[in-house]
Ligand binder design. Structure first.
Ligand code: BES
Ligand code: MN
Ligand code: ZN
Length: 494
């Protein structure tokens, strides 16, 4: 996909489809106003008929609009207001991408940045448009014997004033990088688990390093993890023939003295549940149990592509959860790297077991903040459905920062508490801590478990079990929460 910029008069723009934002229908301004005057009120006449619904993101495709060079015009509603919220602008970007894809045009020009977004710059708007456009063209056919042909697609962003060019260009480049990061996350997530093993993830980090010399990659083997006493993580891979890997990617774009943001991803490349085995229906979806790890790869790619002035470390705890002869059994007690002993009452609560050792290990990076990303609990789907990531944190400002980043990137999260009442559900007769806390508040007690290993730094946990992939006919990885994490990182760069 090519994204370029134009300052030309929209009336004279030669394009297969010109996109116009429609704010206040009674008072068309900017590009929409120019097109309306040039076409003797053609647009306002149609708006009077009420064919463009007033909901933000509603669209209407028009043909043969008089006196304009564009072959088609796509109207995108702001919701009837002259300026929009960031959330509604994202809906407009998504609607534009969807409608353009449906028409099948190979090129389009968009005036969407014409509409003001509350508290956001033009660059932010361009970022939203670019991200949604590139992401909408995602296709995964790696495992198909015949691949769909990749059509060249061109999007031109219209800037009313030359002075805006720089901002829009920078924003668009950010949007493309975020979509590229989402692509990485989706590709890894969608890949079959017999291909995408812990070793494959380790290799992927090395491939990423080849593309971006700014990345430093180290991979810990099982032998090295044994030396570090990661008994919890290793108890998960014990029943599998695939060796576990700890993949560390360091990006240093900021001052050497600047403490890094550390991202830790759950990389369970397949989760059978182990000896506490899962039912067979839908178990194929447990190939997505490494989507947290996949999002860490996606963010590292986007950060490196943009050469951001910040320090970020990405760590992936990769293991396969299988019920082999050496598998951990319910009631087994393991010792984590932190020294805390864990009674494994359910081998299907394995995500927290791989994460806790990674969360101890990353202390060596002297992190500013730590964010773990994991498809951790089915319970978060019960609590928040498939729309919202579960957020938990030991630091209020960090939680607020992530919440706002989610709102501004169409990738929302909502906070759940980690209060002491819930901590009490984690008690074991035989070890320091059990790996499950009962049915009630399952996502929260999983967060409480992790909190026992994150006391030394500011930390947030993102439970993405409900949002990382779609089920049914459109089954596939979504690339979330790459947009939220990138918004968070970009905000910290400025
Ligand atoms: N990977 C699963 C969580 C999951 C389940 C994500 C379904 C998406 C859909 C995780 O390892 C798991 O099995 N969690 C258990 C925890 C329980 C045993 C305390 C769960 O949620 O059932
Ligand atoms: Mn599990
Ligand atoms: Zn799992």
């Amino acid at each position: 996909m090519k994204i370029s910029l134009t300052n030309a008069d929209p009336v004279k723009l030669k394009t297969s489809c010109l996109v116009l934002p429609i704010g206040d229908v009674k008072n068309l301004s900017g590009c929409a106003g120019s097109i309306d005057s040039a076409s003797d009120g053609y647009i306002s006449d149609i708006l009077k008929l009420g064919d463009l619904k007033s909901k933000a993101g509603s669209t209407l495709l028009l043909h043969k609009v008089p006196n304009v060079s564009a072959k088609r015009i796509l109207l995108v509603s702001s919701g009837g207001t002259a300026s929009v919220s960031a959330g509604n602008f994202d809906l407009m970007s998504q609607a534009q991408a969807r409608a353009l894809k449906q028409t099948g045009v190979k090129d389009a020009a968009s005036c969407l940045t014409d509409i003001d977004v509350d508290d956001k710059s033009l660059g932010w708007s361009a970022q939203s448009i670019a991200r949604e456009t590139v992401a909408s063209h995602y296709k995964f056919d790696q495992h198909k014997s015949t691949k769909a042909e990749r059509k060249e697609y061109k999007l031109t962003l219209h800037a009313a004033d030359r002075k805006q060019n720089k901002q829009i260009e920078t924003g668009a480049a950010r949007g493309v990088a975020i979509a590229n990061g989402m692509q990485t996350a989706r590709d890894l997530g969608n890949m079959a688990a017999n291909v995408c093993t812990p070793s494959y993830l380790a290799e992927h980090a090395k491939t990423l390093k080849k593309q971006h010399s700014s990345l430093k990659v180290t991979v810990l083997s099982e032998a090295q993890m044994e030396k570090l006493k990661m008994g919890s993580l290793l108890s998960v891979s014990a029943g599998s023939v695939e060796p576990a890997k700890m993949v560390c990617m360091e990006y240093k774009g900021g001052k050497p003295s600047q403490k890094p943001i550390v991202l830790v991803g759950k990389g369970v490349t397949f989760d059978t549940g182990g000896i506490s085995m899962k039912p067979s229906a839908g178990m194929d979806e447990m190939k997505f149990d490494m989507c947290g790890a996949a999002s860490v790869f996606g963010v590292m790619r986007a950060v490196a592509e943009l050469a951001l002035p910040i320090n970020v470390v990405g760590v992936v705890a990769a293991a396969e959860n299988m019920p082999g002869g050496r598998a951990t059994k319910p009631g087994d007690i393991v010792t984590s790297m932190s020294g805390q002993t864990i009674e494994v009452l359910n081998t299907d609560a394995e995500g927290r077991l791989v994460l806790c050792d990674a969360l101890t290990y990353i202390g060596k990076y002297k992190p500013d903040v730590v964010i773990d990303i994991a498809t951790l609990t089915g319970a978060v789907v019960v609590a928040l459905g498939h729309h919202t990531t579960g957020l938990m944190s030991n630091d209020d400002p960090l939680a607020d920062e992530l919440y706002s980043a989610g709102i501004a990137s169409a990738d929302k999260c909502w906070r759940l508490p980690l209060w002491d009442e819930y901590q009490k559900q984690l008690s074991s007769n035989f070890a320091d801590i059990p790996n499950i806390g009962g049915r009630a508040g399952g996502s929260i007690t999983a967060g409480c478990f992790l909190s026992r290993f994150t006391k030394e730094y500011r930390w947030a946990h993102l439970d993405i079990a409900g949002v990382a992939w779609r089920q049914g006919g459109a089954k596939g990885a979504t690339g979330r929460p790459v947009p939220m994490l990138m918004e968070f990182i970009l905000n910290r760069c400025s």
